[in-house]
Design a protein around this ligand. Structure first.
Ligand SMILES: Cc1ncc(COP(=O)(O)O)c(C=O)c1O
Length: 399
C-alpha cells in the first residue's frame, strides 16, 4: 500500500499523553491519584450559558451558519473586545471557529508558505510547534530562562529574525508559564515586529485570568501599525469554562479574515450553531461569574506558590495569569529517589505519579526541560493534598 502523508506522519503525539494514560489507568484501577494536568477550568459552564444552548436547540437554531460565525456573535465579540481591551474591530474582521486551537491552525494557514519561519518563544503551549509544522512552516524557537521570567526581549527577538521570518506567536498570558507581558514590554516587541514587517499571532485566550490587579494589555491596542499585522486569537473556553463548546475566534484585518473564511468554508463548514448561541450569552450577559472564577484561581495560585517555595529542593516563580505554575526541579535532577536516579523532568513526573500518586506534566514538551507544570484548575482540597504528597515524595516517602 502507498504510504500516508508525510505531513501527517511527522506530527508528534502530545508529550503529556504518556503520563495522562498512566494516570487514567491508575484511576480506573481505583487508586487514589490526584491530577494536576488539566488545561481547562474545573468549574461547570455557568447556568445562563447552558440555558442559552438549550434554548438554541428548542428554537431550532440547529443549522449551518456562515463559515466564520453568525453576524450577531461576531458583533458581540467586537463589543467585548472594546469593553475589555479597548479594541475597535468591525464584525467583518472577526472569524469564529471550533475553538482557539482551530483558529491558530487556520491563522497559520492564512500566513505561512512552506519553508517560512515562525518564531516561537519557549516555554510554549505544546500544540504551537506541531501546528507550525502542519502548515509547512519552520519553527524557530527562542529560549527564555526563569531568571528572565520566561519572557523574550526585543534583542532576542531581533536576533532570531531572518529574511524567511513570516510571523511570531506570542501567548500572553502564557501557557505553561503563566507570565504576562507588561504594556512597556509589549511595545518593545511590537516595534521589532513592525520594523521587520512581521505578522504576530497574539494568543490572548487567558486574558481575563490575570492576578494582583495587573492590567492586561492586548497587543493590537498598541497602535494601528501593530494592529494591522496582528491576528488576535481568543475564545470562550477558559474565561467562561466552556472548553467543550468549542468556540474561538480570530480578530484581524478583513483581508485576512476573508481568506480564513474561504478556508473554513471548505473544511469546517461552520462552527456549531448551538455553541454560538451559548457563546453569545456568555459574552453579552453580566460578567460577574468570570470574576468569581478569577478570584478562585488567584486564591489557589497564592496557596500553591507559597507552599512550593517552602518545600526544600524545588521552587517556582509567581505566575501573573492563566492557571499554571512552572515548578523548577533542577536541584532534584541527578538525585536518587526510591532507588532511581532522576535524570529529567520526565523521570520526575513518572516517579511522582508512581510513588506520590500525583499526575503533573513534564516541561520537556513545552520546551522547558527541568520544569514541571502544575495546573491549579483543581479544587483547593486537591491542591493541598497534592502539595502534601509532593513534600512526602521529596523526602522519599511513598503514598
Ligand atoms: C495557549 C492556548 N491557546 C489555545 C488553547 C485552545 O483553546 P480552545 O479550547 O479554544 O481550542 C489552549 C488550550 O489549552 C491554550 O492553552
Amino acid at each position: 500500500m502507498k504510504s500516508l502523508s508525510e505531513f501527517a506522519l511527522a506530527i508528534q503525539p502530545s508529550s503529556t499523553m504518556a503520563i495522562d494514560a498512566m494516570f487514567k489507568q491508575m484511576k480506573a484501577e481505583g487508586q487514589d491519584v490526584i491530577g494536576f494536568g488539566a488545561g481547562e477550568p474545573d468549574f461547570p459552564t455557568p447556568d445562563h450559558i447552558k440555558e442559552a444552548g438549550i434554548q438554541a436547540i428548542q428554537n431550532n437554531d440547529t443549522r449551518y451558519t456562515p463559515s466564520v460565525g453568525t453576524v450577531e456573535l461576531r458583533k458581540a465579540i467586537c463589543q467585548r473586545l472594546k469593553a475589555d481591551c479597548g479594541l475597535d474591530y468591525d464584525f467583518k474582521e472577526i472569524a469564529v471557529s471550533n475553538g482557539a486551537k482551530t483558529c491558530v491552525y487556520v491563522a497559520l494557514r492564512a500566513l505561512v508558505n512552506p519553508g517560512d519561519e515562525v518564531i516561537l518563544p519557549a516555554p510554549y503551549w505544546v500544540s504551537y510547534i506541531e501546528l507550525i509544522r502542519m502548515v509547512g512552516g519552520v519553527p524557530v524557537v527562542i529560549d527564555t530562562t526563569e531568571a528572565e521570567q520566561f519572557k523574550i526581549t526585543p534583542e532576542k527577538l531581533s536576533a532570531a529574525i531572518t529574511p524567511k521570518t513570516k510571523c511570531m506567536i506570542l501567548n500572553n498570558p502564557c501557557n505553561p508559564t503563566g507570565m504576562m507581558y507588561s504594556r512597556k514590554e509589549l511595545e518593545a516587541i511590537a516595534k521589532v515586529c513592525v520594523d521587520n514587517d512581521l505578522y504576530v499571532l497574539s494568543d490572548e485566550i487567558y486574558y481575563s485570568l490575570t492576578y494582583d490587579n495587573e492590567q492586561f494589555t492586548s497587543l493590537a491596542a498598541l497602535g494601528e501599525d501593530i494592529k494591522a499585522r496582528t491576528l488576535l486569537i481568543n475564545g470562550v473556553s477558559k474565561s467562561y469554562a466552556m472548553t467543550g463548546w468549542r468556540i474561538g475566534y480570530i480578530a484581524a484585518p478583513a483581508n485576512i479574515t476573508k481568506v480564513v473564511g474561504n478556508y473554513l468554508g471548505h473544511c469546517t463548514g461552520s462552527p456549531s450553531a448551538i455553541s454560538q448561541k451559548a457563546a453569545l450569552a456568555a459574552l453579552t450577559a453580566p460578567q460577574d461569574q468570570v470574576e468569581t472564577m478569577r478570584q478562585a484561581f488567584e486564591e489557589r495560585r497564592d496557596y500553591m506558590v507559597r507552599r512550593m517555595n517552602q518545600i526544600e529542593g524545588i521552587s517556582c516563580i509567581k505566575p501573573e495569569g492563566a492557571f499554571y505554575v512552572m515548578m523548577n526541579v533542577e536541584k532534584v535532577v541527578g538525585k536518587e529517589l526510591f532507588g532511581q536516579v532522576i535524570h529529567s523532568d520526565d523521570d520526575f513526573a513518572s516517579l511522582f505519579l508512581k510513588y506520590g500518586k500525583v499526575a503533573v506534566v513534564p516541561g520537556g514538551g513545552f520546551g522547558a526541560p527541568n520544569f514541571i507544570r502544575w495546573s491549579y484548575a483543581a479544587s483547593m482540597d486537591n491542591i493541598k493534598a497534592g502539595l502534601d504528597r509532593l513534600e512526602m515524595f521529596l523526602q522519599g516517602k511513598a503514598v
